[in-house]
Design a protein around this ligand. Structure first.
Ligand code: C2E
Ligand code: CA
Ligand code: CA
Ligand code: CA
Length: 277
């Protein structure tokens, strides 16, 4: 059993070494991936209680030349660690603004805004919001067409600095949402000091709504949002049953596989045309 234990140890070491090598390889390929146009933005619809589209969230994918798609959970932490995220984040802004123009031009029945995931590092880079402002002006798109989704950790670290950038963004007319609400920090004090428009209830809470405690927890989050005058967006809605409960709680927006998975630009446009009243 000692031998077995040793083998086990070797096995785990090998797995870890593989993981590190894989991540190093991805890290090295990030810059060329950007040049080779291997990143894609997918769009997942957000709907109101009547099922009408009220927005979409832009979600990054890395489509490698061999056709393999690497999910953001894998490469975004690497991009953040190696300092590539600001550059990739700018690409996301440009790409999303170009898509908003496309939706306008093609008269796609898209009344609402596109939400971008913004990490703390991007917000701390003092030039990010200024860049967004310039890009919007150049594209002649009102800032109300954009929303930033920020995790609690992005809101809490370097709070003062982030706050002035957030205020700047909000003064432009960009909406600000707290992403993955309730999963990050136990402190709620940032809710006092930041200008925020909406709370996004994390999928992990929706998953547990089939228990009484789980349902009450979501109801409590909704109460906090309402008391603070923020709207409530719920992510990861997969079943009718979840939706019915969330509608009864007067949540405002819903997002999840029940309505649609994240879609390519073309599929999103097709989805919108079918979503007309
Ligand atoms: P997130 O912001 O919490 O995004 C929601 C994730 O849940 C997305 O995964 C989405 O595809 C998935 N999802 C949506 N509805 C459902 C559902 O009904 N069931 C299930 N099982 N999953 C659902 P995705 O696209 O893999 O993104 C993962 C995370 O990567 C995102 O979590 C976000 O934190 C990050 N991310 C994605 N794009 C960007 C980006 O452009 N910038 C930054 N900084 N982060 C990004
Ligand atoms: Ca494009
Ligand atoms: Ca998000
Ligand atoms: Ca989430």
């Amino acid at each position: 059993s000692i031998a077995q234990g040793r083998n086990r140890l070797v096995f785990y070491d090998a797995a870890l070494a593989n993981k590190i090598a894989y991540e190093k390889m991805l890290e090295k390929r990030l810059p060329s991936a950007l040049l080779n146009n291997e990143f894609r933005l997918y769009y997942q619809p957000k709907v109101n209680r009547h099922g009408r589209c009220v927005g979409a969230e832009a979600l990054l994918r890395w489509q490698q030349e061999e056709g393999r798609i690497i999910p953001p959970d894998v490469f975004i932490p690497i991009a953040e660690r190696c300092g590539f995220m600001p550059e990739l984040g700018i690409w996301v802004v440009n790409e999303a603004i170009a898509f908003i123009k496309t939706l306008d031009r093609e008269d796609c029945n898209f009344p609402a805004r596109i939400a971008l995931n913004v990490c703390g590092l991007q917000l701390m880079d003092g030039d990010f919001v200024e860049y967004v402002e310039k890009a919007l002006i150049e594209a002649r798109i009102p800032a109300s067409k954009l929303e930033f989704e920020l995790t609690e950790s992005a809101l809490v670290t370097e709070a003062g600095r982030a706050s002035s950038q957030l205020q700047y963004a909000r003064d432009l007319g960009v909406s600000i949402a707290v992403d993955d609400f309730g999963t990050g920090y136990s402190s709620l004090s940032y809710l006092q000091s930041f200008p925020l428009d909406s709370l996004k209830v994390d999928k992990s809470f929706v998953d547990k709504m089939d228990t009484e405690r789980g349902e009450k927890l979501v109801a409590g989050i909704v109460d906090i949002a309402r008391a603070l005058g923020m709207s409530v967006v719920v992510e990861g809605v997969e079943t009718r049953e979840q939706l019915n409960k969330l509608v009864d709680m007067n949540c405002h927006q819903f997002q999840g596989y029940l309505f649609s998975r994240p879609l390519t630009e073309q599929d999103f446009i097709t989805w919108l045309s079918r979503n007309r009243p």
